[in-house]
Design a protein around this ligand. Sequence first.
Ligand code: GTP
Ligand code: MG
Ligand code: ZN
Length: 259
Amino acid sequence: MPVPGDVAYVRLLDDEQVLIEHLDARRSTLVRRAPDGREKTIAANVDTLVTVTALALPAPRATILDRLLAFAEIEGITAFVVLTKPDLAPPGAVQSWEGLYARLGYATLVVDPKHGEHVEELRAMLRERSSLLCGVSGVGKSTIFRALGGQAAVGELSRHGLGRQTTTTARLYRLAGGFLIDSPGVAEFGLGPIAPQELASAFVEMERFVQRCRFSDCTHLQEPGCAIREAVSDGAIDAGRYASYRQILRAGPAHAMVQ
Ligand SMILES: Nc1nc2c(ncn2[C@@H]2O[C@H](COP(=O)(O)OP(=O)(O)OP(=O)(O)O)[C@@H](O)[C@H]2O)c(=O)[nH]1
Ligand SMILES: [Mg+2]
Ligand SMILES: [Zn+2]
């Protein structure tokens, strides 16, 4: 089955229909792993994951963002951190979220796609890239997609934080030298079974400490002589990021949230 990002050669049959004659081999796929082990291909040929996190409505959840960032590290693709709804954010939230992820080295941008703020900076970041928007429902993925020129339904948030106009089908829009995909419900890919060492290495700031723990199979949860826990108490590793690490490990392979 073709997925967004596939290169297809088609024959036009009439106004409504096309016949797919050939699909190019995929350079890469993004796969979601469900808790029961089933896999679903979400998109093909994507090289950049554009994580979208609202600073309010719905309130940001670091674990979801950190899990997406770890997923991108493991898959070997670039991740961007896009923060939305600065106009609704509580005081200080913009600086603390933007500061944290920028310090980690992620390309981080605060946009207000509803009012068109910093949309052109985002367009420049996405040049020559094949990207997928991901994040929980209602954070503004489709609003970004539309602000950049794509066609998508944008939802109003109910007080429960669920979009009434939630996206139900994936869409792809061509951008200079690449494309952008808006797809429904991609807040989580599921990391599959993952060893603590592998997960710690997928947290970019933890990687350099991994080799320094007393035990080579340290889980960084409670062992004595753990360099990562030491770095957390020194403030060299953000405590919230470490909390995400613990939560992801605790949730284990069985956890894969499909919203
Ligand atoms: N105030 C404000 N509202 C925004 C901003 N970005 C998006 N919104 C609003 O947030 C609501 C939800 O936006 P959508 O773009 O539909 O969210 P989505 O991420 O596509 O949601 P799903 O398709 O359900 O995954 C809409 O009412 C948007 O107008 C922003 O920066 N500020
Ligand atoms: Mg949407
Ligand atoms: Zn350790």
